[in-house]
Design a protein around this ligand. Structure first.
Ligand SMILES: Cc1cc2nc3c(=O)[nH]c(=O)nc-3n(C[C@H](O)[C@H](O)[C@H](O)COP(=O)(O)OP(=O)(O)OC[C@H]3O[C@@H](n4cnc5c(N)ncnc54)[C@H](O)[C@@H]3O)c2cc1C
Length: 438
C-alpha cells in the first residue's frame, strides 16, 4: 500500500522512495490530512529553501523569482530578456493543436528561455523532455492564462494579480487555513510540505483507519466480467468477486489487467510512456562540505548534457532528514532526457553522482552514506497526444460503468493530483453504488 510513497529511515537518514512532499495549496488535500488527524504532523519546508538554482553552462545560477531578478539575472542574454517582454504581444495558440511544452513556450518566450528555464521545469516535475510533453496535459493552466490574456500569459498574470490585490483590499486581512504550519495563505503557490516522519506517515494512518477492510499484496493478473460481476484474479491464482472495481495501478499494469476484458482500452492505456529514474540519497558530514546548501537545490536542463537531472538539498528543505552534523542530498539520475544513465550499475551511478556534484557544486568529499532507488518506469509522460488518448480511453470506459481508472497515469502526476482524482473517483463510485441499490 502506498506505491511509490515509502519513507525508510536508514542510518539516521530519511530516504523517501518517491515524493518528498506536496504543495499545501489544495484545500481538498488538506481536508484529507485533517480528516486523518494529521494536522500536527505536517512539516513545512524551511524558508531558506525558497531559493532555487539552475545549472546553466555548467554553473549554478539563482533562478530569478521576480521581475527585477529576471532583469538582473546573468543566466539570460539581453536579447532573451527583450524577447520575453515581447510576450505581451503573443498570439493565441493555433486552434486544435496539441503543442509540446517547448513549442508553446518558444512561441511565448523565445528559444533561450525555453532551453535554459522551461526545459528544466519539465525535468523537475516530470523527469521529462519539454520537446515531447504536451502543454495541454501537463500545464493546462498555461492555456487558461493564454485565453485570459488574449494570447499573452504576462497580460493574464498582471490581470490576475490586479484582481487578487483588489479582492484582498476589499476583504481585509485574511485567515490562514487550519492544518499546515506554513502561516501562508492558501493561494495558488503554497509551500512544499511533508509529514514529520516522512510521506509514508499518511499511508500508515490510512492503513490504520482501513484496518480489516482492505486486502494488500494481491497482485491482480486479470479482470473478467461474469454474471454481472467482476472476477478479479490474482497472479497466484486467487479470485475475488466485486460489483465495482477501481484500478489505481500504473498504466502498464492496468493495460495487462484489462487485456482480456477490453483489448482496445488496454492497448491505448499501455501506450502511455514512462521515464526511468534512479534516485540517490547521499549523506555527507556538514563541516568541510565546500557548499553552504543555501536553497532548495538545482535542476539541469537537457542542453547541459548531464547524467543527472538535478539535486535536492534535503536538509535545507525539511528537518529530520539526516543525523545531526550531517547533510543529505537527493540526486535524480536519467529521466526521459537521459534514460541510458539509469542503466549504470550501483558503483557507476555513485561515481557519476560524485563527479556531477564535484563539477557543479564543488563537493570533493566522499559521501558517508549512499542509498539508491531504481525505477525502470518512474513517472508517466503526458506526451503530445495524451489528451486525445484520454478522450478515447474515457469513451471506451463508458462500456464499463462499474469499472473506474485513477492514479497518476491519466490526469496529473503529483501527490495532490492523485489525492484529488482519487476523491473524485470515490464520488463516482458512491453514485454507482446508489444506482445499483436504487
Ligand atoms: C522518484 C519520484 C519522486 C517524486 N516526487 C514527487 C514529489 O516530491 N511531489 C509530488 O507531488 N509527486 C512526486 N512524485 C510523483 C508522485 O509520487 C506519484 O505520481 C504518486 O505517488 C503516484 O501515485 P499512484 O498511486 O498513482 O502510483 P504508484 O505510487 O505507482 O502506485 C501504484 C500502486 O499500484 C500497485 N500495483 C501495480 N501493479 C499492480 C497489480 N497488478 N495488482 C495490484 N496492484 C498493483 C503498486 O503496487 C502500487 O501500490 C514523484 C515520483 C517519483 C517516482
Amino acid at each position: 500500500m502506498g506505491g511509490k510513497i515509502k519513507s525508510d529511515q536508514i542510518d539516521g537518514y530519511l530516504c523517501e522512495t518517491g515524493p518528498i512532499g506536496f504543495i499545501d495549496n489544495k484545500p481538498r488535500v488538506l481536508e484529507v490530512v485533517h480528516s486523518l488527524g494529521l494536522d500536527s504532523d505536517l512539516s513545512v519546508s524551511k524558508d531558506a529553501s525558497r531559493y532555487r538554482y539552475l545549472v546553466v553552462d555548467g554553473k549554478l545560477q539563482l533562478l530569478p523569482m521576480s521581475p527585477p531578478a529576471f532583469i538582473k539575472t546573468k543566466m539570460l542574454s539581453w536579447p532573451a530578456k527583450m524577447r520575453a517582454i515581447m510576450e505581451l504581444w503573443s498570439k493565441p495558440s493555433p486552434p486544435g493543436k496539441d503543442e509540446s511544452i517547448a513549442e508553446f513556450s518558444r512561441r511565448h518566450l523565445g528559444k533561450e528561455i525555453v532551453d535554459k528555464l522551461v526545459a528544466a521545469m519539465a525535468v523537475g516535475i516530470f523527469a521529462g523532455d519539454a520537446e515531447k510533453l504536451s502543454v495541454k496535459s501537463c500545464f493546462p493552466v498555461m492555456l487558461e492564462l493564454e485565453k485570459e490574456g488574449s494570447g499573452s500569459l504576462l497580460k493574464a498574470q498582471m490581470r490576475r494579480s490586479k484582481r487578487k490585490r483588489a479582492k484582498a483590499k476589499a476583504e481585509g486581512p485574511q485567515k490562514t487555513i487550519k492544518g499546515p504550519k506554513s502561516e501562508g495563505m492558501v493561494g495558488s503557490t503554497g509551500k512544499l510540505t511533508t509529514f514529520r516522519r516522512g510521506m509514508a506517515h499518511i499511508i500508515d494512518r490510512l492503513k490504520e483507519r482501513l484496518d480489516g477492510q482492505i486486502i494488500t499484496g494481491f497482485e491482480v493478473a486479470e479482470i473478467a466480467r461474469e454474471n454481472g460481476q467482476y472476477e478479479i484474479k490474482s497472479a497466484a491464482g486467487e479470485q475475488v468477486e466485486a460489483d465495482i472495481v477501481v484500478l489505481a495501478a500504473p498504466a502498464y499494469a492496468v493495460s495487462k489487467i484489462l487485456a482480456n476484458l477490453d483489448e482496445e482500452a488496454a492497448k491505448l492505456i499501455g501506450e502511455i510512456p514512462y521515464a526511468p529514474v534512479n534516485v540517490v540519497v547521499a549523506g555527507y558530514a556538514k563541516s568541510g562540505l565546500g557548499h553552504d546548501l543555501d536553497g532548495f537545490g538545482f535542476l539541469a536542463s537537457k542542453r547541459e548534457k548531464r547524467g543527472i537531472l538535478g539535486c535536492l538539498w534535503n536538509t535545507s528543505i525539511f528537518d529530520g532528514q539526516a543525523p545531526a552534523d550531517k547533510v543529505a542530498l537527493r540526486v535524480m539520475v536519467g529521466g526521459a532526457i537521459n534514460p541510458d544513465a539509469t542503466a549504470l550499475d550501483d558503483d557507476e551511478t555513485l561515481k557519476l553522482v560524485q563527479k556531477e556534484l564535484r563539477d557543479i557544486m564543488g563537493i570533493s568529499n566522499d559521501p558517508e552514506f549512499n542509498h539508491i532507488i531504481r525505477y525502470k518506469r518512474a513517472i508517466p509522460q503526458y506526451i503530445v497526444g495524451h489528451e486525445e488518448r484520454m478522450v478515447k480511453i474515457s469513451s471506451l470506459m463508458e462500456k464499463h460503468p462499474a469499472l473506474f481508472l485513477t492514479g497518476n497515469a491519466f490526469r496529473g502526476v503529483g501527490f495532490n493530483d492523485c489525492v484529488i482524482n482519487a476523491e473524485k473517483t470515490a464520488e463516482r463510485v458512491v453514485e454507482a453504488v446508489k444506482e445499483k441499490l436504487a
